[in-house]
Design a protein around this ligand. Structure first.
Ligand code: GLV
Ligand code: MN
Ligand code: MN
Length: 420
């Protein structure tokens, strides 16, 4: 039986959709779906088809988001936005981002199946760029909808030298129109995102679902150290300017600084040495840096210390350092009314509504600048994410679906209309 017909088991139907989506990948044998890549294109077409089948008017917008709208009882009414992202990290799992998009479409499909129209519209969004893996432009899609897209990022290039501007055009988008994608507060009642937890808290509490109270702030850098390449056999240790050894010292310094404080985390997730040969002293090292904390003052202090330690290490080793800040997002507190409403829905579905903060970043961070925003977390096995071993159960996907349907049915647009 096709996934679309399995109304008896919505969790299993959602899992089947997610398995299909995992088939769109840039790397055979792994799930890697980078922003504006060929596999992103195929997933866009697949999602547009599913949204239309679910009763939505759907289109690809000019920043690469997939948008589907299910009208309420009165066409043109303000919308409850439900979304997450369809881009992935490299060698990803199959649920990060995609689960929230699939749940949104499944909820609308269920409303359509029952012939229900609500006193508000629902817009489901599959954001194109949440991970920030290909370009240094994390949250480009949600920022555009929330009116916070920075047009200077169009000049940013991927590691192959392709600019975001060119990649968008090649994808069929018009970057000149991105400014016009910003929704008004009048049109957007609220934003709700379901997502796998990506941590172990729900599993440890035997809770399938959780309601997010706040999302950690994050700062990201791309760094380059330049030293001097040379012969690995002839240049004495004392006069080397080894860029990779400098980067290694920085990595350990970053780790030690973050370890000093609870809740603060810092990661060098990517490093490359150039020219990159067994018998050549590395003349350059390129690295990424990602620093997060629930408290903005705590994060800013850590960022300042880490910038200082990078500069001091480079100076002492005779290296030239360049650091570019590619992302800076404050911590976001979820809307208390939405948190309460989601908790009530979780409880009505028979689960303890555990409340927890999010260490991972999400499109909800950007959307919170537009309208009241909140998140529903779904338990994942071992808390593992950004890893092909990412795993959830069909039963938990079904629980999230039931809680979201309940939330949507109880959502009172009057409480969220034009309160700004
Ligand atoms: C997104 O997954 C992030 O938190 O980096
Ligand atoms: Mn995600
Ligand atoms: Mn992710």
């Amino acid at each position: 039986m096709s996934a679309a017909l399995r109304n008896d088991d919505p969790g299993a139907a959602i899992m089947a959709r997610l398995d299909a989506l995992a088939g769109f990948t840039d790397e055979p044998g792994r799930v890697t779906r980078l922003f504006l890549s060929p596999s992103h294109r195929r997933s866009v077409d697949w999602l547009l088809d599913w949204m239309r089948e679910a009763g939505m008017a759907a289109f690809l917008d000019d920043v690469g988001n997939v948008r589907g709208r299910y009208e309420g009882a009165t066409p043109g009414a303000p919308a409850l936005l439900i979304g997450s992202h369809i881009d992935t990290v490299r060698d990803a799992g199959r649920y990060d981002g995609t689960l929230g998009v699939a749940l949104g479409v499944a909820v609308v499909a269920e409303l359509k199946r029952r012939g229900e129209r609500l006193p508000f519209a629902i817009e489901v969004i599959g954001f194109g760029d949440e991970e920030g893996v290909r370009f240094p432009t994390t949250l480009a899609g949600s920022r555009a909808i929330a009116g916070g897209f920075d047009p200077t990022t169009l000049a940013a290039c991927d590691p192959d030298g392709v600019s975001l501007d060119k990649a968008l055009r090649d994808f069929g988008c018009d970057p000149a129109r991105i400014g016009g994608l910003a929704m008004t507060r009048q049109a957007a009642l609220a934003y709700v995102e379901a997502h796998i937890e990506q941590g172990p808290v729900l599993e440890r509490n035997a809770a399938p679902l959780g309601v997010v109270t706040a999302i950690n702030g994050a700062t990201r850098f791309r760094g380059t150290l330049e030293g001097e390449a040379g012969h690995a056999g002839t240049v004495p240790m004392a006069i080397r300017r080894d860029a990779l050894a400098g980067a290694a010292e920085i990595i350990l310094g970053v780790e030690a600084r973050a370890a000093r404080e609870a809740d603060l985390v810092a990661t060098v997730g990517r490093i490359e040495a150039a020219p990159g040969a067994i018998n050549v002293i590395p003349g350059a090292a390129h690295f990424t840096l990602d620093i997060r904390a629930p408290d903005d003052a705590q994060r800013r202090a850590a960022v300042a210390d880490i910038e200082a330690l990078c500069a001091a290490t480079a100076k002492r080793r005779g290296l030239k350092l360049e650091m570019t800040r590619s992302h800076d997002a404050p911590a976001v507190v979820c809307d208390p009314r939405l948190v309460a409403a989601l908790a009530e829905s979780v409880a009505r579905e028979g689960h303890a509504p555990l409340r927890l903060p999010s260490g991972a970043g999400h499109d909800a961070m950007a959307m919170a600048a537009l309208c009241p925003s909140a998140m529903l977390f779904v338990r994942c096995k071992g808390g593992i994410s950004h890893n092909p071993a990412e795993s959830i159960t069909a039963a938990d996907a079904g629980a999230a679906f039931a809680a979201l349907i309940d939330f949507v049915r109880h959502f009172d647009p009057e409480r969220f209309i034009d309160e700004a």
